[in-house]
Write a protein that binds this ligand. Structure first.
Ligand code: ADP
Ligand code: MG
Length: 826
């Protein structure tokens, strides 16, 4: 008996000789295929063969329908090449018998409908929002109220953050697949993201060696046919029966020279289309809740409930800003009827977020300022003395900002000011000036820093600056002895301590001030909203004797934030900027070098250390886990210590170390007991070791621009010329742009703008650091919408600052909810 593959070879040869007329076998190739496939399956020697047989079979099925001789010739040649390759492959296989059938094959489907399906009708237009009365109570009902959602599903929805129907409506699609482009099959192009409508000609299923099922359908729309393949969904054979009208959406791919769909979305034409033929929402999912189920649930929820969402936005604002009504926006964001209206829906929802953000900030500011502050009007003479005793002259920026602060503090409204200044711009001395003013008025001042090292550093620096003035200053950190601690507590509450510098230890319950006039928070982004509030609250006397009073507040940040963003993030604060560096500061020389130049970098480091300087080596960022990152850092430290710098002392700092361990490593470096500090990205912003003059950053391409600039700010803090060497392990995406920018500029604000532009605000800040509610729709980069929202919030705030009017009750509630969520994360 002639083997199936050999037989096919002969048939193809004959067909070619006869000029591709489909006459090589009686009854045509299509019929031959039906007989051939059964035989060939039995003879398949391995998995690749099994696949090959199916591919060949479907090609043969199509052969007779190919119109041009050229197409037929190509097809035959393709098949011949396949057979040739198979021959070569099989020749190398160990000799075995035919492969046993792994599973029963379904019989080939009966002949497809003989007549071409008529031109398919267009899918029904997606349904529109129905009118319904607002029902805020109904929206509070659990998700299990929705048809098709039982207790298991409602559990899963709650892991996505939806307890109630109202929550569910606010689970927005992560993205959309736009399948609104409908095309006839003969016009499909590779790479198209499209929808086709047609009739199923036939569907076949088969199994692979690991017992997976492959289902293949041939779909025709009268213009042409196309094959669609699905994996591991054996039940599809029952659904995709010949003659069924079907809608298919997906990407057109190329397979063996033909256009195919792999795992496309599909729906019977008879139903309202949810996942084909339209802009299809793609939702965040969770275990046990797949995309189709999620879409069904959302559709059910949106159809029945979107119309019942009350719209809290004042009519005036809605009209003025041409905003979609909220129910319509919710409906459209889930199941958009067009790109244009989707854009409008997103704009409305983004506006809401920014508006609530701004209203919240205005409210916070108002609340904060509702209790009066102590006006600190005295002390200009002491301030002048302090300034003239400094070993340097204040920069123009420092003078201007000191003046701003001085004016704020003289008022009976609490100061609420953010002092922004690039690393090294001299924020500390400005804070010191503010503290001098407080003390000169008989009030106390407190300064909180995020780590013991920073607190200590401030303590020592301020001690030097304030030594000529009669000020009692103390340091309070977690490592204070209990004797010290009780003494400090006593001194703070009786007022004998004027200035306290410390860490979180300052906001412990036991800490009570006699008369806190000024609270300073350094590196404010390192503290949560609550911690900042806790320090403020230390100023409010609760003895019932005096009226409650707020201290003046100065928060400082070395993360330069572009002004637009600062407004939206810290709309509750006044902002001062130190935009001028102290004179005589040499620019840090930054070089992006090749990994092959690493040895030279080490030699350079060694040279600096021989001159008595110190160095940092920053290890690459490992985003997946700080455990792996720490391990890599440990290895790098060992390698450098043993192989590169055996005669020097190297310290190691990483994120898996305990606080105390980190502090002691830092202290050694501070005191010059270690020459090189090898560190991961945990290295503190604000660490000031003026003797360190060179930093090597490995894997520099992995860090954001703002962060690289922060790292670099650890050097160039003293009188010596300083250097930063960037080594990147790959240059991908924006990395080149970032590294070049860093080489060219030392201007933190410029670099921050650039970073923001390259990465967007989410990554720029890291979610937890900003202390503002998470935004799902809005982008803080959308300056135009941001400003509009800000203006409207101010307008509403002027009309009704406490949102007391009945028509504003709903919006007040939304503001509270919105900001509650922020409190949860900080
Ligand atoms: P940062 O803004 O990063 O907190 P610091 O307050 O630590 O900066 O100041 C950095 C260094 O610059 C300190 O050593 C400080 O004494 C010094 N410095 C501050 N202001 C001036 C000035 N006007 N002239 C010269 N040196 C200054
Ligand atoms: Mg500082």
């Amino acid at each position: 008996m002639v083997k199936a593959f050999t037989q096919l070879e002969r048939v193809l040869k004959l067909e070619a000789e006869q000029g591709y007329q489909n006459k090589a076998v009686v009854g045509g190739i299509r019929q031959f295929a039906t007989f051939w496939v059964g035989k060939a399956r039995d003879e398949a020697v391995d998995e690749l063969d099994v696949d090959l047989v199916e591919q060949i079979a479907s090609t043969l099925q199509e052969y007779g329908r190919l119109q041009s001789t050229g197409d037929r010739a190509n097809t035959v040649q393709e098949l011949q090449q396949k057979l040739q390759r198979r021959k070569e492959r099989v020749a190398h296989l160990p000799q075995t018998g035919p492969r046993p059938q792994t599973a029963a094959q379904p019989p080939p489907t009966q002949a497809a409908p003989s007549a071409e399906a008529p031109e398919a009708p267009l899918p029904s237009a997606p349904s529109a929002l129905k009118e319904a009365a607002p029902d805020p109570e109904g929206l509070k009902r659990p998700t299990s109220t929705i048809k098709g959602v039982g207790s298991t599903l409602s559990q899963r929805l709650s892991t996505l953050g939806a307890e109630t129907i109202g929550d569910l409506l606010y689970i927005f699609p992560r993205r959309y697949d736009d399948y609104s482009l409908l095309k006839p099959i003969n016009r499909l192009q590779y790479g198209d993201q499209v929808t086709i409508i047609g009739t199923i000609w036939e569907t076949r299923a088969r199994r692979t060696h690991n017992n997976q099922t492959i289902v293949q359908s041939i779909i025709s729309d009268g213009t042409d046919k196309v094959q669609a393949t699905w994996f591991n969904q054996p039940w599809l054979t029952d659904k995709l029966t010949a003659g069924t009208q079907i809608v298919i959406s997906g990407a057109v791919e190329q397979y063996l020279g033909r256009k195919v769909f792999n795992s496309p979305e599909w729906e019977p034409l008879s139903e309202e289309l949810l996942r084909t033929g339209r802009i299809v929402p793609v939702y965040p999912l969770t275990k046990g809740l797949g995309s189709n189920k999620m879409r069904q649930i959302m559709k059910e929820a949106v159809d029945n409930w979107a119309a019942r969402v009350p719209d809290p936005m004042p009519e005036t604002i809605r009209e003025r800003q041409d905003l979609l009504a909220l129910p319509e926006a919710i409906f459209q964001v889930h199941f958009p009827t067009s790109r244009d209206v989707l854009h409008q829906a997103r704009r409305r929802l983004a506006f809401d977020e920014l508006f609530l953000l701004q209203l919240g900030m205005l409210g916070q500011r108002r609340q904060w300022q509702s209790d009066p502050a102590q006006p600190l009007t005295e002390g200009d003479d002491v301030l002048q003395r302090f300034i003239s005793n400094l070993p340097f002259q204040l920069t123009g920026a420092q003078q201007r900002v000191t003046e701003e602060i001085r004016n704020d503090m003289a008022r009976d409204i609490p100061m609420n000011r953010l002092l922004q200044g690039d690393v090294g711009s001299g924020k500390t001395v400005v804070a010191a000036a503010a503290m001098v003013i407080a003390v000169a008025n008989g009030a106390q001042a407190a300064m909180m820093a995020p780590t013991e090292i920073l607190a200590e550093q401030h303590y020592q620096g301020l001690n030097r600056m304030l030594s000529d003035l009669d000020i009692n200053m103390r340091l309070l950190t977690g490592s204070a002895t209990s004797a010290d601690r009780s003494e400090i507590y006593a001194g703070l509450s009786d007022g004998s301590i004027d200035v306290i510098i410390g860490t979180h230890a300052l906001i412990q319950d036991n800490v009570q001030f006699n008369n806190l006039g000024l609270a300073v928070i350094d590196e404010q982004h390192r503290f949560g909203v609550d911690q900042r509030a806790a320090l403020r609250d230390k100023g409010i006397s609760d003895d019932g004797q005096q009226p409650a009073r707020n201290p003046h507040l100065l928060v400082m940040s070395a993360t330069p934030i572009p002004r637009t963003l600062a407004l939206s993030l810290y709309g509750d604060l006044d902002i001062s900027i130190l935009d001028e560096m102290p004179p005589g500061r040499e620019e840090i020389t930054t070089r992006w070098i090749r990994p092959s130049e690493r040895e030279r970098a080490y030699a350079f480091v060694r040279g600096q250390i021989q001159k008595g300087r110190q160095a940092y080596i920053i290890c690459p960022l490992v985003e997946e886990s700080d455990k792996i990152e720490a391990k890599a850092a440990v290895e790098e430290h060992a390698r450098l210590q043993e192989e590169v710098f055996p005669d020097l002392k190297l310290g190691l700092l990483h994120g898996r170390m305990k606080g105390e361990e980190k502090e002691s490593i830092m202290r050694d470096f501070y005191r010059g007991e270690t020459d090189i500090l090898v560190s991961t990205s945990v290295i503190e912003v604000g660490v000031d070791v003026p003797n360190s003059t060179v930093m090597v950053i490995e894997g520099a391409n992995r860090f954001g621009l703002a962060q690289l600039h922060q790292f670099r700010g650890r050097v160039g803090r003293g009188e010596h010329r300083s250097y930063c060497l960037l080594i990147s392990d790959a240059v991908n995406g924006d990395a080149e742009e970032r590294l070049l920018a860093l080489e060219q500029s030392n201007d933190g604000f410029m670099l921050a703008e650039k970073d923001l532009e390259l990465r967007g605000p989410g990554e720029f800040f890291g979610r937890r650091q900003s202390g503002i509610p998470e935004l799902y729709m809005a982008s803080l980069l959308d300056v135009k919408l941001l400003e509009t929202a800000r203006e409207e919030a101010q307008w509403l705030f002027e009309v009704d600052p406490d949102l007391e009017a009945p028509e504003h009750a709903a919006i007040r509630q939304r503001v509270e909810q919105f900001w509650d969520n922020a409190a949860d994360i900080s």
